[in-house]
Design a binder for this molecule. Structure first.
Ligand SMILES: [Zn+2]
Ligand SMILES: [Zn+2]
Length: 721
C-alpha cells in the first residue's frame, strides 16, 4: 500500500454500486504529523451508501452508530490544513465498544443484563466490538468525505482479537439468534419503554411490528420472529433485577462496571471520600445538549432525604413544551463544594465533548443552603432561585397541621407576606413574632415552624432577596417532575428497597427513563396519542391555560379571594385565597396536597394584567435587575455607549424570545431570523431520538437513503433466511 503525505494526492473513488463497503474501495496509507491511517476519499453524498454497505457485511451484519461527532461552520477557520474537518463523525459498530460479558480476555460469558441505553440490534449484544471508522467532511472541500480506519484490520473483533458477533462468532447466543431481523435502537427503546411501563404484550407487539415493517415490509416470518423477540425481551425485563449482589455496595459496583456509558461520575465510598454516583444515559445527554443550550437547567435537589439511603438530586431541562425533563441524576449525601464541583465538571465536560459550544444561560436552584460557587465556576452562568420547594413544604405542613381551612389560608397568606417583604426592609423577626402570637393556638404547626424554619429563615430570605427568582411556570414544571418521581419511587410495593442504592438506580434507569423517553417520542413522532395527550397535560401551567378567562371572577374590592368555575362541574367553584401571589391558597384537592394547582396559576395570570394587584415575586425580581441596570453607569462616558450597545443587544435577544413564545406560527419568526438559526437545526437533529441509521443530514441524501435502505433491508433478509 502506498504511503501518501498530502491528501491532495489521494484519488476520489465513486463506486458504481448502489451501496458499497470497505472491500470495494482502495485504501491508502495517509501519514500526517501525528499518525498513520488507512483512508479513502469519496463524494460526501455517497457517505450513506458506504455506511449501509458496511452494515451489510455478510460475515458480520451490524449497524453503526455515531459514537462521537463534531461540527464547525464554514468560515470559522482562517487557517486550516487540507484534512481539517467541517463535520467529524466517528461511527462505531453497535456491538461495541462496551463489552457486557465480563472480563474481555475470554469470550463473553452468557450472563447478560438488559440495559435501556443499548443501541445495538439485540439487547444482549454489547460484545466489545472494536470495529469503527471516522467520516470527515473536509473543510477545504465540503463535497468530499475522508473515511478513516484507524486499524488496518477492518474486522469485527473484540480487544482480544476474537470475532465477536455474526455467523463466525462461536459464542452467538441461542438458536436462531443470528437470524433475528436487526431492530433499530429507536424501536428497541420504544418496545422496552412500553414493557417497562406495564403495557400488555399484545399492544407492545403490535407497535413493535408496525415499527419493523416501516423498513422491512410485512411477512409472516418477520412477524413470528418479532413476536418471539418481544416475548423474550419481556421475560428478560421481568427477570432482570436490581439486586446484582446481596450486598448493596457490591451490587452498585457491578452495575457501574457494566454501565460505564451511563455514568458521568462515580466515586465509591472510602474513608477519605463520600459516595457519589452521577447517572446520565446517552439519550439524556442528547436532551441536555439540545434543550439546555442557551437555556436553563434546574435542579430538584435533596429528594428523599429522609427515606432513601442517599438523597437524589435531579438535573432538569425545559423541553419544547417547557416541561421539566430529567437529564442527569446524582446520588450522594455530600453537598460539599469540592464534591459538587467534581460531578458538575464531569457533566459539563461530557456535554462539551459532544458539542464544544454548549452553553447554559441560567441555573435554577431550589435550596437556599446549596453551594452556588461551583455552578458559577463551571457553568459560568447566573444562578436563579425557585420558590417551589419552600412553597410546597409550607403548604403541605399547614394543611397537615392545622385543621381549619380559614386558618390554613390565613397562615399561608401571612407567610407569603413575609417573603414578599424582602424588598420593603421589614423586620422579619418582628413579623414572625406577630405570626406566632396571632396563631398561638395552632401549636402543632407553630412548633414545627419554629423548629424547622425559624433558625434558617434568614438564610432563605436573604437567598430569595439576592438571587433572581424563577417563574411560576418553571416552579410548576419542576414540581410536576417531583410529584411523578415520588409516585414512581414511593409506591408501597418497594418499602423494603428504599435503603438500597441499586434499587434506586434500577428504577431511575428503567421505569422513569422509559416513561420520559416515550413521552418525548410520542410528542415528536405523533404516535401514541394518549401518551402524548397525558404528557402535554402534565403541568399545572398547561392545565391553567385551558381555563377560559370567563371562568374566573375576582373580588375587586378587597382582593381577598377569587373564584374559578370548574370546567366539569360549574356548580363547584374553587376558592383561591390571596390571589395574585405565589402564596395563594386554593381549596381543590390537588392544592390541598401541597401542589401548585391550575386554579392558582390561572388566577395569577389574570391578576398579572391588573394594576391593582401586586406583581409576582419573579416579576418583581426581574424589575429589580432592570432598575439596577438603569442606575449604571453613572456618567456620560464611553462606558455609557458600551452599556447602551450591550443593553441593546440583550433587548434584541429578549425580543426574539418573546416573539418566539407568543407566535402561533413559528415558521414566520424563523424565516425572519439571520442565518445563524441553521446551526440550531443541526442541534435538533442531534437531539432527536436517533433514527434507524445515523445518516448525514442532507435532506436529499436522506430520501434516497431511505429508498436504498428499504431495498437493502429486503435483500439482507432474503440473504439471511
Ligand atoms: Zn462489530
Ligand atoms: Zn386549585
Amino acid at each position: 500500500m502506498a504511503i501518501v503525505e498530502s491528501i491532495l494526492d489521494i484519488p476520489v473513488q465513486d463506486p458504481p454500486e448502489e451501496e458499497f463497503c470497505s472491500v470495494d474501495l482502495t485504501w491508502t496509507k495517509f501519514r500526517n504529523s501525528e499518525r498513520e491511517d488507512d483512508v479513502a476519499l469519496i463524494p460526501y453524498e455517497r457517505v450513506d451508501a458506504f455506511i449501509i454497505g458496511e452494515c451489510s457485511n455478510v460475515e458480520c451484519p451490524t449497524r453503526f452508530h455515531i459514537e462521537r461527532g463534531r461540527k464547525r461552520s464554514l468560515g470559522s477557520l482562517k487557517e486550516y490544513k487540507n484534512d481539517e474537518y467541517l463535520e467529524y463523525r466517528m461511527y462505531w459498530c453497535s456491538f461495541g465498544p462496551e463489552n457486557y460479558g465480563e472480563g474481555g480476555g475470554v469470550l463473553p460469558s452468557r450472563r447478560y443484563r438488559l440495559n435501556t441505553r443499548n443501541r445495538a440490534a439485540r439487547p444482549q449484544s454489547m460484545r466489545g466490538c472494536t470495529c469503527h471508522f471516522v467520516v470527515k467532511r473536509l473543510y477545504a472541500r465540503p463535497s468530499l468525505a475522508l473515511i478513516i480506519y484507524n486499524y488496518s484490520v477492518r474486522r469485527h473483533v473484540n480487544k482480544s482479537g476474537f470475532v465477536c458477533h455474526g455467523p463466525l462468532d462461536r459464542d452467538a447466543i441461542g438458536p436462531g439468534a443470528k437470524k433475528i431481523p436487526y431492530i433499530c435502537n429507536e424501536i428497541q427503546q420504544q418496545t422496552m419503554s412500553m414493557i417497562y411501563l406495564g403495557i400488555p404484550e399484545e399492544n407492545v407487539l403490535e407497535k413493535h411490528i408496525e415499527g419493523i415493517q416501516r423498513y422491512c415490509g410485512s411477512n409472516a416470518k418477520v412477524n413470528s420472529l418479532a413476536s418471539q423477540y418481544v416475548h423474550k425481551l419481556g421475560m428478560i425485563i421481568k427477570r432482570s433485577t436490581h439486586e446484582l449482589d446481596l450486598d448493596d455496595q457490591a451490587s452498585i459496583r457491578m452495575w457501574v462496571e457494566r454501565n460505564k456509558k451511563t455514568i458521568f461520575f462515580y466515586q465509591d465510598t472510602s474513608e477519605a471520600a463520600p459516595f457519589i454516583l452521577g447517572i446520565q444515559t446517552e439519550w439524556q445527554l442528547q436532551q441536555m445538549i439540545r434543550f439546555g443550550h442557551r437555556s436553563l437547567i434546574a435542579v430538584d435537589s435533596t429528594f428523599g432525604i429522609k427515606r432513601l439511603k442517599y438523597p437524589l438530586c435531579t438535573l432538569l431541562v425545559f423541553d419544547s413544551r417547557k416541561h421539566a425533563l430529567p437529564v442527569a441524576w446524582v446520588i450522594t449525601r455530600s453537598f460539599a463544594k469540592p464534591d459538587m464541583s467534581k460531578w458538575m465538571k464531569a457533566l459539563h465536560d461530557r456535554a462539551r465533548s459532544v458539542e464544544p459550544g454548549w452553553k447554559v444561560s441560567g441555573f435554577l436552584i431550589d435550596d437556599a443552603a446549596a453551594e452556588t460557587d461551583p455552578i458559577r465556576d463551571i457553568f459560568c452562568c447566573p444562578v436563579l432561585f425557585s420558590l417551589w420547594r419552600v412553597r410546597r413544604s409550607w403548604l403541605r405542613n399547614i394543611v397537615k397541621k392545622c385543621n381549619n381551612i380559614e386558618v390554613q389560608r390565613e397562615i399561608f397568606k401571612r407567610l407569603g407576606k413575609i417573603v414578599y417583604s424582602i424588598w420593603d426592609g421589614v423586620d422579619t423577626f418582628a413579623s414572625l413574632e406577630e405570626l406566632a402570637q396571632d396563631f398561638v393556638d395552632q401549636t402543632t404547626f407553630m412548633e414545627y415552624f419554629k423548629a424547622s424554619w425559624v433558625p434558617k429563615i434568614e438564610m432563605w430570605l436573604s437567598t430569595i432577596g439576592t438571587l433572581p427568582l424563577a417563574s411560576q411556570e418553571a416552579s410548576g414544571a419542576i414540581e410536576a417532575y417531583h410529584v411523578k418521581l415520588k409516585a414512581k419511587l414511593f409506591d408501597d410495593s418497594h418499602l423494603g428497597a428504599l435503603q438500597r442504592v441499586d434499587w434506586l438506580v434500577h428504577k431511575l434507569t428503567t421505569e422513569l427513563h422509559s416513561s420520559y423517553w416515550l413521552d418525548r417520542y410520542a410528542d415528536e413522532s405523533g404516535s401514541f396519542q394518549n401518551v402524548k395527550e397525558e404528557y402535554i397535560a402534565s403541568t399545572s401551567w398547561y392545565r391553567a391555560l385551558q381555563i377560559p378567562d370567563s371562568a374566573v371572577t375576582l373580588d375587586d374590592q378587597d382582593h381577598l379571594f377569587a373564584k374559578v368555575l370548574s370546567q366539569r362541574d360549574s356548580n363547584l367553584p374553587r376558592l383561591v385565597w390571596n390571589p395574585g401571589s405565589e402564596f395563594a391558597f386554593c381549596d381543590c384537592a390537588w392544592s390541598m396536597q401541597g401542589n401548585l394547582c391550575k386554579h392558582v396559576i390561572k388566577v395569577n395570570m389574570i391578576c398579572e394584567n391588573r394594576k391593582s394587584y401586586q406583581p409576582s415575586m419573579s416579576y418583581q425580581s426581574y424589575k429589580e435587575i432592570l432598575m439596577n441596570l438603569w442606575k449604571k453607569p453613572m456618567d456620560d462616558s464611553v462606558s455609557l455607549d458600551l452599556s447602551m450597545a450591550w443593553t441593546h443587544h440583550m433587548l434584541d435577544q429578549i425580543q426574539k424570545l418573546v416573539e418566539l413564545t407568543s407566535s402561533s406560527d413559528i415558521g414566520t419568526v424563523v424565516n425572519n431570523l439571520p442565518l445563524k438559526w441553521v446551526s440550531k437545526k443541526g442541534r435538533t437533529y442531534v437531539g432527536k431520538p436517533s433514527s434507524t441509521l445515523p445518516l448525514p443530514s442532507s435532506s436529499k441524501g436522506m430520501k434516497t437513503a431511505a429508498v436504498r435502505k428499504k431495498n437493502r433491508k429486503r435483500k439482507r433478509l432474503s440473504r439471511l433466511r
